[in-house]
Write a protein that binds this ligand. Structure first.
Ligand SMILES: Nc1ncnc2c1ncn2[C@@H]1O[C@H](COP(=O)(O)OP(=O)(O)OP(=O)(O)O)[C@@H](O)[C@H]1O
Ligand SMILES: [Mg+2]
Length: 396
């Protein structure tokens, strides 16, 4: 028995219901590109209601100025085609989509329209970008880890030899008679060369995380205040120093000698970035509640617990950095400075010291506008206060 019109209607209704429940957008156009049917997923993805779309030209989904990429003549020749594209929502925002179109034929094999499925790729693209970002971070931290092992090994051996050179040089100096002044000068040269090398070795050791640490409760403001005078006399008149020091800072458990190093390296970099131009260096301290999401934007933040941190920040209006430079700033011996004493060890040491204190670093920089380097140190547990209303699970 032939199915009657009732059966056909039933079948069509079931089909429509199935298409309606699909997550994929589905649009059917006539051969001229006019929308004759669209499901609610398609409408939702693009920010419309179904009624707003039916009867419109399918180019409503295209970027302004673009019409459908295929004319009706081409559609007649094609059977099906797929592509990735950028569509436009009703509010003008863009969305990446994967489209698959098939020509609909009538009983005489004549094309009468096109059915297109549309997958919203926004989430897939975001996840892909996140994966790539994570990959880069993992590679970078692995690179720094192996460099730290290498630097630590070299610095350890250097230190042993240097200790012996310095010890013997001072023995010779103390035993030489005063009339042997020509030899004294040379031994003093050996001694000062070895001391310079010892300073570099110390920075390598700091980078490797094997620097000498003597921790005590420290107020970061005290570190800044102790060095203010030294910093001010070493800046030219063209550099203005600004201080924004937070009040009631909780103490952190830190080695003040190492913290001073961090501060000095950051201020030196800021001052060198300003160079001979006029500029401002702003030094800030304070407390900051760092969520997981925030820590994910920092260096060393992957393993750091969310919580309260004390920050020390140095911002300059200097030359800034391009992304290629930023990617290498913590590598030991990476420097863009051709004059002066740049050895490319300042930020490597900062990284090692901050890591040794369980802290994190964040760098924001815009070429020709300036740089802001923020170091965060965990506040002492006894002082950790969680601000009201902050969800501990945020970002997990
Ligand atoms: N505040 C900043 N503004 C612009 N570029 C910076 C800044 N801080 C660091 N950099 C870039 O990062 C590089 C590495 O910095 P780092 O402090 O490790 O070494 P350096 O300053 O070149 O030498 P050293 O610190 O050993 O004297 C610099 O050469 C510079 O290109
Ligand atoms: Mg430096």
């Amino acid at each position: 028995m032939e199915p009657g019109p009732g059966h056909l209607e039933d079948a069509l209704r079931r089909l429509e219901k199935a298409v309606e429940t699909m997550q994929l957008g589905v649009t059917i156009t006539d051969i001229a590109g006019k929308i004759v049917y669209t499901n609610s997923a398609e409408a939702r993805i693009h920010g419309y209601t179904v009624d707003e779309l039916v009867g419109k030209d399918v180019s409503v989904f295209c970027l302004p100025g673009y019409r459908r990429s295929l004319g009706s003549q081409q559609v007649r020749r094609m059977k099906s085609w797929r592509r990735e594209s950028m569509n436009v929502r009703k509010d003008g925002t863009l969305l990446p989509v994967a489209l698959m179109s098939d020509v609909v034929l009538d009983a005489r094999d004549q094309p009468i329209g096109v059915v297109t499925t549309c997958e919203d790729l926004t989430e897939a693209k975001r996840a892909e970008a996140e994966r790539e970002r994570l990959q880069v971070r993992i590679q970078q931290s692995q690179k720094l880890e192996s460099l730290a092992v290498l630097a630590g090994g070299v610095a350890y051996d250097f230190n042993n030899v240097l200790t012996s050179i310095l010890g013997h040089a001072s023995l010779v100096l103390s035993e030489l008679p005063p009339q042997a002044s020509h030899v004294l000068d040379k031994v003093a040269e050996i001694q000062s060369g070895a001391l310079r090398l010892a300073q570099l070795t110390d920075q390598l050791l700091a980078f490797s995380g094997h620097g000498r640490y003597k921790t005590e409760p420290v107020n970061v403001n005290d570190i800044v205040k102790e060095l203010i005078h030294l910093i001010e006399v070493s800046q030219g008149r063209h550099v203005r120093l600004q201080y924004e020091l937070g009040s009631d800072l909780p103490v952190i458990v830190a080695d003040p000698v190492q913290l001073r190093q961090v501060f000095r390296h950051l201020v030196t970099n800021a001052s060198e970035a300003i160079g001979e131009d006029e500029g401002v260096i702003t030094i800030r301290t304070g407390t900051k509640w760092a969520s997981r999401e925030y820590l994910a934007t920092t260096y060393l933040g992957d393993d750091a617990p969310q919580g309260e941190y004390v920050f020390l920040e140095v911002e300059d209006t200097g030359c800034g950095m391009d992304p290629a430079t930023r990617a290498k700033i913590f590598d030991p011996f990476f420097t863009t400075k051709f004059t002066g004493h740049g050895r490319g060890l300042g930020l490597a040491a900062v990284m090692g010291i901050v890591r040794g204190h369980g802290g994190v670093i964040r760098v924001d920089s815009v070429p020709d506008q300036g740089t802001c380097v923020l170091t965060l140190f965990p506040a002492r547990p006894a002082f950790v206060r969680r601000p009201a209303g902050v969800d501990q699970t945020v970002g997990r």
